[in-house]
Design a protein around this ligand. Structure first.
Ligand SMILES: Cc1ncc(COP(=O)(O)O)c(C=O)c1O
Length: 405
């Protein structure tokens, strides 16, 4: 009756959203504190003070039309300028305000950038596991997602990426710090990726773009990640303030096209065209201004680190197999039976809401979002122990259930 693909997409709902809705209903039934909701990546720590300060300042000093009226389609010139100069000074790469497009968060950045880059049927190589919406966005842009394996720590398998790039490959899409694994790609890994892309671009006589989805850039527990534009010239960075400033509901981010891209102006024109075609013009103006005033500020990463340490140590001690996250706020845990969906269903019996890994492109894991109150993790530990005991008997049985294919 209506567009078949869109109807199916609407009815299907993402596994994450489905679980999130289930959690909300369940909390109403049995009480908020009895449900251990690790489903969604909603930042749990407050925005840094500069956010509220700037909102208040703007509301008190600026006329309404400067806060709630339209901006240029690509964003306010002063905001684009601030973003470009931030990128330039922080990461030491050339950047121009003419190549910055303000968007409604990383989702919009992905839709717009992929639509600008991809011609019908072109391929996007994506390391697995990946953020499930990539499949939706690549498909909506008329492309084909080509999954490639990662290594045992969920870092890049450069050989697999090289083998996956063919003449129809338009881009490699990477996400570091990674959702759902917490992997943060090392500088040498990114440089090696850049070299492969340069080699393949030369081989096929057309650029293979590096598309870097970076909503978690600042949420790292070690060295800050190298800036993608510093390792490869045909790079487009997609950024969002959803996580760094805990502003997920305000829908604000940007696309930055590297000035070193061949035909950067043409690519930026395509970005503007894609923004127009998808109705993503003029990102929320109040939050464009707030974000520009808070560039480089980050909400309390220490709280996420403490959650990571608590959860990782406790689950590892119980016998669960997982790799210590280097960034973001997700723990990717090997399931205790091969069917991740069945395992996540069993977890629900213990009021644990864990996202099965199938929609992330791999089998046999669940994602635990630890962007929750510390007490939630503390109170959930007996439930994790009971879930473990359900499968392996006595708590503390350390027979390794963990084998990556
Ligand atoms: C890897 C990744 N990309 C994109 C997004 C979308 O972010 P936004 O809220 O900015 O649209 C998310 C959200 O969780 C994400 O994890």
């Amino acid at each position: 009756m209506f567009d078949r693909k869109m109807t199916e997409l609407g009815k299907e709902r993402s596994a994450i959203r489905e679980l999130f809705e289930y959690g909300n209903a369940r909390k109403k039934q049995i009480g908020e504190e009895k449900v251990f909701d690790f489903s969604i990546g909603n930042p749990s720590v407050p925005a840094p003070a500069c956010v509220e300060d700037e909102i208040v300042r703007l509301l008190q000093t600026e006329p309404a039309e400067k806060l709630h009226g339209y901006s240029s389609a690509a964003g306010l010139p002063a905001v684009r300028k601030a973003v470009a100069s931030y990128i330039q000074t922080t990461f030491g790469v050339p950047m121009s305000e003419d190549l910055v497009y303000m968007t409604c968060g990383a989702s919009a950045s992905l839709v717009v950038a992929l639509s600008a880059l991809l011609r019908a049927g072109e391929e996007v190589v994506v390391p697995v596991p990946y953020f499930p919406e990539y499949a939706v966005f690549v498909d909506a842009a008329g492309g084909k997602l080509v999954p490639v394996s990662t290594d045992e720590r969920f870092h890049l398998d450069l050989g697999a990426i090289e083998r996956a790039i063919g003449e129809r490959t338009r881009a490699v899409l990477v996400n570091s710090p990674n959702n759902p694994t917490g992997a943060v790609y090392a500088e040498e890994e990114m440089r090696a990726l850049g070299e492969i892309l340069a080699k393949k671009s030369a081989e096929y006589g057309a650029p293979v773009f590096l598309v870097a989805d970076e909503p978690y850039r600042e949420l790292v527990y070690g060295e800050p990640p190298v800036y993608p534009m510093a390792v490869y010239k045909d790079t487009v960075v997609l950024y969002s303030f959803s996580k760094s400033l805990s502003l997920a509901g305000e829908r604000i981010g940007y696309i930055a096209v590297s000035p070193q891209c061949g035909h950067a102006d043409e690519l930026f024109a395509a970005v503007c065209g894609a923004g127009r075609a998808h109705g993503y013009v003029c990102a929320p103006v109040l939050f464009q201004r707030v974000a520009a005033a808070c560039l480089g500020m980050v909400s309390d990463v220490g709280a996420y680190r403490a959650n990571r340490d608590l959860l990782y140590t406790a689950l590892s001690d119980m016998g669960y197999a997982c790799i210590v996250p280097e960034g973001a706020f997700y723990l990717f845990v090997k399931t205790l039976e091969p069917d991740a969906k069945a395992f996540a269903e069993q977890a629900k019996a213990h009021e644990l809401l864990l996202v099965p890994s199938d929609s992330f492109g791999v089998e046999g894991y669940v994602r635990v979002s630890y962007c929750v109150a510390r007490e939630t993790i503390e109170r959930s530990l007996p439930a994790f122990a009971a879930l473990y005991a359900h499968y392996r008997g006595a708590r503390g049985d350390r027979r390794a259930p963990f084998r990556r294919k």
